[in-house]
Design a protein around this ligand. Structure first.
Ligand code: TRP
Length: 344
């Protein structure tokens, strides 16, 4: 296996919105499809990370599979031999390497991790050592497979940096045991900066559509009843300028609906604007968006219900079988370096 590796963790998120779908899931799948000739693509489910903050464990197993199914329903080609999809906990080297890396990671540098500090605040007294150690497990996820490129959102850049720091520190001390992933600016250069959630809340179109919205009226979830989702579009906040134009400042609501339609149809914003531009009332345009959202959700939910669970489980097992030796090879280099195993 000589292809450079692109690696990404796909989180077992519940309550995904159409914002997550078009802003995160589809771009990852498109990237995987486009790059899979030239690169090996590792997509994995960080199941050990998923309870670093408290969860309902009776649901976890199902959520892990649901997460994999979601990617299949959204178009991830399971039969592509260059795309691997595996569960972190099925590859024991993740846990083993983490314990080794722990002793080469500073308590001080870990205490400065913004995400840890933020989540700690939310949790009050309920902060686990697992949460504290989250970035080291993530470093193992990346280093075990010699990953070069790791698409990271803003909230994860510090974790990528600490991964590089740990790898460089150990390479310096022991000789080259790890491939150091590319720096954050190089990652952005490679993947482009265009990613992220662009769809806004329907009621308050100046903020992102996010599952944490309490009322739910401004948010379309992937598992919403399609008819209810259509009603949410009809109730979206607009303005009284009486023109259909893309201008996030002056017409945030209408711009958001234009954006949603362009994403669903897979065409440019300009094309959408050109089609509806002369209209002076919003009713017709809203009805179009509502009906296409309804059709999109109906189709997606049908595809999701038709995903063959056995095919998913086969893919996971096959990838896990393939990746265990790769991970073990890196683990062995680390074990040898620190003196746990004789040098080969
Ligand atoms: N922490 C990532 C997130 O919250 C998920 C993740 C875990 C990950 N391990 C990783 C991402 C390794 C990239 C590489 O989205």
């Amino acid at each position: 296996m000589t292809k450079p590796v692109i690696l990404t963790g796909i989180r077992a998120n519940q309550d995904l919105t159409i914002g997550n779908y078009f802003g995160a899931i589809l771009p990852i799948i498109d990237m995987a499809k486009q790059r899979s000739e030239e690169f090996q693509i590792n997509m994995f489910i960080p199941d050990l990370h998923s309870f670093t903050t408290p969860i309902d464990h009776s649901l976890l197993n199902k959520q892990i599979l649901d997460n994999a199914k979601l990617f299949a329903a959204a178009g991830l080609p399971l039969d592509n031999p260059n795309i691997y999809m595996y569960r972190q906990s099925y590859i024991p080297a993740h846990s083993e390497l983490t314990v080794i890396l722990d002793s080469f990671t500073g308590f001080g540098e870990m205490s400065r991790m913004t995400q840890f500090k933020e989540k700690s605040k939310e949790l009050n007294d309920n902060v686990s050592v697992g949460l504290f150690n989250y970035p080291v497990l993530m470093a193992s996820d990346i280093l075990l497979y010699n990953a070069k490129y790791v698409p990271v959102g803003d909230d994860q850049t510090q974790h990528l940096e600490i991964t590089r720091d740990i790898a460089q520190r150990m390479n310096k001390k022991f000789g080259d045991i790890f491939i150091v992933p590319e720096s954050v600016p190089k990652q952005h250069e490679f993947f482009g900066n265009d990613q992220g959630l662009r769809i806004k809340d329907l009621i308050d179109p100046t903020k992102k559509m996010s599952k944490s919205d309490d009322s739910g009226r401004g948010v379309i979830f992937l598992n919403d009843d399609p008819a209810v989702a259509a009603k949410k579009i009809m109730g979206a906040t607009t303005d009284n300028l009486a023109k259909i134009d893309f201008n996030r400042e002056k017409q945030p609501g209408i711009s958001n609906l234009i954006e949603i339609l362009s994403l669903i149809r897979g065409i440019s914003l300009d094309k959408v604007v050109n089609e509806y531009k002369g209209q002076t009332g919003y009713g017709n345009f809203k009805a179009v968006v509502a009906s296409e959202v309804e059709v999109f959700l109906t189709d997606f939910q049908n595809r999701l219900s038709e995903v063959n669970e056995n095919a998913i489980i086969d893919k996971l097992h096959q990838s896990e079988r393939d990746m265990i030796p790769v991970a073990n090879e890196t683990l062995l280099r680390a074990q040898q370096a620190v003196g746990l195993r004789p040098k080969g």
